[in-house]
Design a protein around this ligand. Structure first.
Ligand code: ADP
Length: 330
């Protein structure tokens, strides 16, 4: 199983519930590779110092959230050169019109206008190489990535039909979508996804937000004027989203959380939600700050991870290059 997070800012509870927490749950079940996708981050402009800090911070958060390096491989994408190499080879088998259909590109390109980079357009092919390089069976993704994963499968299929003859060279991975937490919505708008890239920090709870910031954000988040805290995705998107977050952080189903909160006022509900968030995030934050004090330790884990990942990646690269007709070094 492979998955990644972009170091484009502070990781938020959407990343935690939709990705990191799921990764931890799957640690025992699969062989996992989790990486900080710094090469993806630069598809939109990044401040170099900010990128370096966000990369280390994301890696430390993987560990703080419970990823155990003795069970899972953790590394930084750019440390394994094969990601870029395979990306180029796959670029040459991917039709342009497949990429033109990607909703995320269209949305981001609309925001950026003429400054949009070739890298942003090509992002899904790099993602394909991230996954296919390790012959992954499963990719745990939030709903937002489903279209990209479909593309990964199409690229794999096309590569195999062009070069595999009767052999399958690349696997076709499947998405692992997790129910209610696959799409946590923004605090200022229950119809748009909570995201690192939003300019409004009040739209998200970052994993590292201190208790008073969490309290302030929940205090000011968008609500409605209706009575009772119930799930109604169409009529009450903000209420549904907050209830969903509460359910996730108290390890309840949505129905259980609804039964608990149905009669609460907004004031009461915001208090229990704030408590659930601060108590759940406190141990993660403590672990994170400990890890950041010992950068050598963190870097050693990342080095071990990239060494191991490179060894797997090389096997795939060799097979891919052989069947495409590249001559190996004598
Ligand atoms: P972002 O969109 O915040 O920049 P990434 O693209 O780095 O996040 O995504 C990292 C992982 O977190 C992916 O598996 C993605 O599907 C998941 N994810 C991101 N945002 C959310 C969200 N709001 N709800 C659930 N999962 C999310």
């Amino acid at each position: 199983m492979v998955s990644g997070v972009q170091p484009t800012g502070y990781l938020h509870i959407g990343n935690y519930l939709g990705a990191l927490r799921q990764w931890v749950l799957h640690q025992e079940q699969y062989e996992n590779l989790f990486f900080v996708v710094d090469l993806h981050a630069i598809t939109v402009p990044q401040d170099p110092k900010g990128l370096a800090e966000a990369t280390l911070s994301a890696a430390a958060l993987f560990l703080a959230c419970g990823i155990d390096p003795s069970k899972s491989t953790i590394f930084i994408q750019s440390h394994v050169k094969a990601h870029v190499e395979l990306c180029w080879l796959l670029n040459c088998v991917t039709p342009v019109n497949w990429l033109e259909k990607m909703i995320q590109f269209k949305e981001k390109a609309r925001k950026q206008g003429e400054n949009v980079s070739v890298g942003l357009f090509d992002y899904p092919v790099l993602m394909a190489s991230d996954v296919l390089l390790y012959q992954a069976d499963l990719v745990p993704v939030g709903e937002d990535q489903q279209q990209h994963l479909e593309l990964v499968r199409s690229i794999s299929k096309r590569f195999n039909s062009l070069y595999g003859k009767k052999k399958r060279i690349l696997k076709e991975p499947k998405p692992l979508i997790q129910g209610n937490t696959s799409r946590i919505m923004a605090l200022d708008d229950g119809t748009s996804k909570m995201s690192k890239s939003s300019t409004n920090d009040m739209s998200r709870i970052n994993i590292l937000d201190p208790p008073n910031t969490i309290q302030r954000k929940i205090q000011r988040c968008k609500t409605d004027s209706l009575m009772g805290i119930v799930s109604d995705p169409v009529g009450r998107p903000e209420c549904t989203n907050l209830l969903n977050i509460y359910a996730a952080f108290t390890n309840q189903s949505l129905t259980q959380a609804e039964a608990e909160c149905r009669e609460m006022s907004w004031g009461q509900f915001k208090r229990v939600l704030t408590d659930a968030l601060t108590t759940s995030l406190e141990p993660i934050q403590r672990k994170y700050h400990e890890l950041r004090k010992d950068e050598d330790f963190l870097r050693q884990i990342l080095k071990n991870g990239s060494d191991y990942a490179s060894s797997i990646a090389q096997v795939t690269m060799q097979q891919v290059k052989d069947c495409m007709g590249f001559i190996p070094i004598h």
